[in-house]
Design a binder for this molecule. Structure first.
Ligand code: ZN
Length: 537
């Protein structure tokens, strides 16, 4: 007998699926924006809504018609389906292996999204590109084209043609915003990006984005290629309309000015330290007004690194944008409920979003220090090359632990007001948030290493009632020892030691496994309620 596809979820099941995303307000302070920027923001939010419409077309050919029919269904099930459709930006649920939650649609997300003919095989594309001119091949394999079937063959159509109507509309909104803002770097980015929509050449505007330094911090365009699961070639449109967080941006500058001092103080042998750090890649801290398109479906993005075009990154590096209010929303809606079950009641007093976010900043900054150019058996190499598939888990653990070490250093040297209890308590709570998602990727594996190491050192303690606690004195020495071990593995490119560490520590012990069982009914992520954006309408 042939297996029948599972029936789509009914109202009750769909409500349970939806409840995994807890609606959480997102606000951003617009009060200090200039009059021109306030008006520009209205145009940019409209552009974000237009990006949503464009992304729907990229994600699946049936999306636009499906949305129209969902909007006409006024039954409770119809409304629940429309709601989950908007969370997913299509008929498939990303938290459920991209399985369909609606009837009459493909059973799961199409590997090529809507970038290729649905019946095209990988081999057909590969054979075809060998027959075309180098120029056509570049377009066909590039970020910014879709592939159509033309007679017996294939053809590549640039985004500028394929999405001409949508892109004209979005470009007009960007030009309006450019005329309204007083900030020269924003004007330059918006006008060059609008032109890129017509020329299909995003290079100049990516450079302008790297130079963008404005109260309105805008990312809009085709960027990530994850939805193209056939080749990872094709970029999806997304938008992040943000307001720069000036206080946190100052904090990043302050940290940057101390990174050489932190490097000099790292707990490794002096010969492994870098006496002269190069420029670290820039970090912007912003508050999100609205995200759209590929940047707003399934689990919400809390930070991104762009651009992806190597011609730009070779010249100017990349920039990391951290969405502080999105992190805050996740903290309030996910981390606080987790900590109520995992920490003793008295310890939850020490939970602090400020300490949590400052540690995320420190994590990002300490990715830039420690061993990067190393010598193994007389060869010039890098930790990444030597540690291979183990590198990411080691490097993520290193950034977590060196982030703690850096902040402790700053407390000890009166560079920051002391907040030890808040830092380590928030770190412990957030470790459960990471471990909960499993150990199949670098962050989870790296977190398990830290957790078990610190348990063995007595820095983290499993209480008899199933909660966990921090021994603050042992924490300081435990963090120093672990930082030493991780940094030394990187400095010596020691694959065997990395492998031994991940094998012995990269798993969940019985106490944690039991404790995580208590979290299964908690939400997975947030559904942003765009309070600031909605007020602008
Ligand atoms: Zn990291």
């Amino acid at each position: 007998m042939l297996a029948q596809p599972a029936p789509p979820p009914d109202l009750k099941a769909l409500s349970r699926m939806t409840a995994r995303f807890v609606p959480t307000p997102l606000t951003a302070d617009t009060s200090r924006l200039s009059v021109g920027d306030k008006k520009a923001l209205v145009q940019l939010v409209a552009a974000a809504h237009a990006i949503d419409e464009l992304f729907l077309k990229q994600y699946w050919s049936g999306n636009t018609a499906l949305l129209t029919s969902l909007r006409q269904d006024a039954t409770p099930l119809g409304k629940a389906r429309l709601h989950y459709f908007w969370l997913s930006k299509g008929p498939w649920s990303s938290l459920d292996e991209n399985r369909a939650f609606l009837p009459g649609v493909p059973a799961s997300k199409l590997p090529g999204a809507n970038f290729y003919p649905e019946d095209m095989k990988k081999e057909e594309f590969e054979t075809w590109v060998k027959t075309i001119t180098p120029q056509r091949k570049q377009l066909a394999e590039g970020f910014f084209s879709v592939i159509h079937r033309k007679g017996n063959s294939l053809t590549a159509v640039p985004f500028s043609e394929e999405y001409s109507v949508d892109l004209h509309k979005i470009a007009a909104l960007l030009d309006n915003a450019a005329a309204l803002t007083e900030n020269a770097t924003l004007k330059k980015f918006l006008t060059s990006r609008a032109r890129a929509f017509f020329s299909n050449d995003y290079y100049e505007s990516d450079l302008a984005w790297m130079d963008l330094d404005a109260p309105l911090d805008i990312t809009i365009g085709p960027y990530e290629t994850y939805n193209d699961e056939i080749f990872n070639y094709k970029a999806s449109y997304e938008a992040y309309i943000n307001i720069r967080d000036d206080a946190e941006t100052e904090k990043v500058k302050f940290f940057s000015s101390h990174m050489q001092e932190i490097e000099n103080g790292l707990p490794i042998e002096a010969k492994y330290k870098n006496p002269k750090l190069g420029a670290l890649s820039p970090i912007r801290v912003v508050n999100q007004v609205i995200a759209a398109g590929d940047g707003a479906h399934g689990v919400q993005t809390a930070a991104y690194n762009l651009p992806n075009d190597e011609r730009v990154t070779v010249q100017k590096g990349t920039k990391r944008v951290m969405l502080r209010n999105v992190q805050g929303a996740k903290f309030n809606s996910i981390l606080v409920p987790i900590s109520k079950r995992m920490l003793p009641a008295a310890a939850t007093r020490d939970l602090s979003f400020d300490a949590f976010f400052t540690h995320i900043l420190a994590h990002e900054m300490t990715h830039g220090i420690g061993p990067h150019a190393i010598t193994v058996d007389g060869r010039q190499t890098t930790p990444r090359q030597e540690l291979k598939e183990l590198y990411s888990a080691i490097e993520e653990a290193k950034a977590d632990v060196c982030g703690l070490y850096m902040l402790q250093y700053m407390y000890d040297h009166k560079l920051l007001p002391e907040a030890e209890k808040k830092l380590y308590t928030s770190y412990l709570a957030s470790s459960f948030r990471t471990l909960r998602f499993g150990l199949h990727e670098a962050h989870g594996k790296g977190m398990a290493v830290q957790f078990n190491y610190l348990m063995q050192k007595g820095a983290l303690i499993a209480n008899a009632d199933g909660t966990f606690a921090v021994d603050f004195e042992k924490m300081k020495s435990g963090v120093r020892d672990l930082a030493h071990d991780l940094l030394t593995i990187e400095a010596t490119g020691n694959y065997r030691e990395a492998s031994r560490m991940l094998d012995t520590l990269g798993h969940l012990g019985p106490e944690v496994t039991a404790a995580l069982q208590k979290l299964t009914d908690l939400p997975t992520d947030i559904e942003p309620v765009n309070v600031t954006a909605d007020k602008l309408k």
